[in-house]
Design a protein around this ligand. Structure first.
Ligand code: SF4
Ligand code: SF4
Length: 316
């Protein structure tokens, strides 16, 4: 599989990145053994890049997958930390849980943030800079859905990598639209930032236009890699074929590739509204004292279910 340089980081990543969110307990909840097997297959089939996050709870799957594997693997992770000490804890936890001597890419996990994110989380950002200077992290950056945050990240010299949401429907982009995001990705490349993309399939909304959706994102100038969540071998093989520009078998059943998960809100929801604020895509609202989801807007990103104090939101 083709590898691209990630900006000026010196890191080379495959065009397809294994997105680790869906195998974890927030989504498909695949066992550590099974998830590790899938990741290992992805690596053995040529993928060298894994994207995860502290909140995805997939460090055990990744650690197990890497046991005895000697080829180069690039791991990107992220933390919602705000303060210096919170970020320090996140870094130590990642090093220990993944059993790695260093972390290749560490982001501020900032889906819902705006352009002031670097000021609001100045302590956490300083910690990332310090740990990069110490050689514990190779590159630092931000993962975000927000156009303003991407714009700000381009202005900040120390940002090495940007991980924005982008798909041909523009779903999930906040603070601007698809064209704004495409333009900024091009500007990011010009100033030497590495950019890789999330949500190319808009949480499954583009599954019937799989090849078109992936190729749309692959062809945006400035994008080095696309993180794609995969939960089984069939998805892995189809995605690899597309990224290797191979002809797809006419027998592919796209219905089988559709995400089996859906978002469900239990009747015991107390209507506190916490999830409504947490959804970056305005897919949740309150009606008659209960949260309701607009499935046309939900991209199954999983940002709402961990914040519900009643555990009323399930991605099943
Ligand atoms: S956070 Fe949970 S309890 Fe609160 S409105 Fe959302 S689903 Fe209901
Ligand atoms: S409803 Fe939840 S899973 Fe769906 S887009 Fe909003 S935060 Fe993401």
């Amino acid at each position: 599989m083709k590898k691209h340089s990630l900006g000026r980081t010196g890191i080379k990543v495959t065009e397809l990145c294994f997105g680790a969110l869906p195998i974890g307990p927030l989504q498909a909840n695949i066992s550590v053994e099974e998830g590790a097997r899938l990741i290992r297959m992805a690596l053995e089939k040529g993928i060298n890049f894994i994207d995860t996050a502290e909140g995805y709870k997939t460090y055990p799957h990744i650690k197990r997958a890497l046991e005895g594997y000697s080829e180069e693997v690039i791991i990107a992770t992220k933390s919602p930390a705000t303060t210096y000490s919170e970020m320090e804890k996140s870094i130590q936890d990642a090093l220990l849980s993944l059993q790695r001597p260093l972390i290749d890419i560490f982001h501020l996990h900032a889906a819902r943030s705006t352009s002031s994110v670097f000021e609001e989380r100045a302590g956490a950002w300083q910690c990332l800079k310090d740990y990069k200077a110490k050689g514990v992290i190779r590159a630092i950056g931000i993962s975000t859905h927000n156009v303003g945050a991407v714009k700000r990240a381009i202005e900040i010299e120390e940002v090495d990598v940007i991980f924005p949401i982008i798909n041909l429907l523009g779903m999930g982009i906040t603070g601007g639209d698809l064209q704004d995001m495409i333009k900024l990705i091009g500007e990011a490349e010009k100033v030497g930032k590495g950019v890789y993309a999330m949500k190319a399939l808009a949480g499954g909304h583009l599954i019937n236009r799989l090849k078109e959706a992936f190729n749309f994102v692959r062809n945006i100038p400035g994008i080095s890699s696309v993180a794609v969540g995969m939960t089984n071998l069939q998805e892995l093989e189809v995605n690899i074929a597309i990224f290797n520009d191979e002809k797809l078998s006419p027998d592919i059943n796209f219905d089988q590739l559709k995400p089996k998960k859906s978002l469900f809100i239990a009747g015991f929801c107390k209507g506190c509204g916490t999830c409504v604020d947490a959804c970056p895509n305005h897919a949740l609202s309150l009606k008659n004292g209960k949260a309701v989801v607009d499935h046309n807007l939900c991209i199954l990103c999983g940002y709402c279910n961990p914040v519900c104090p009643e555990f009323a939101i399930r991605l099943i």
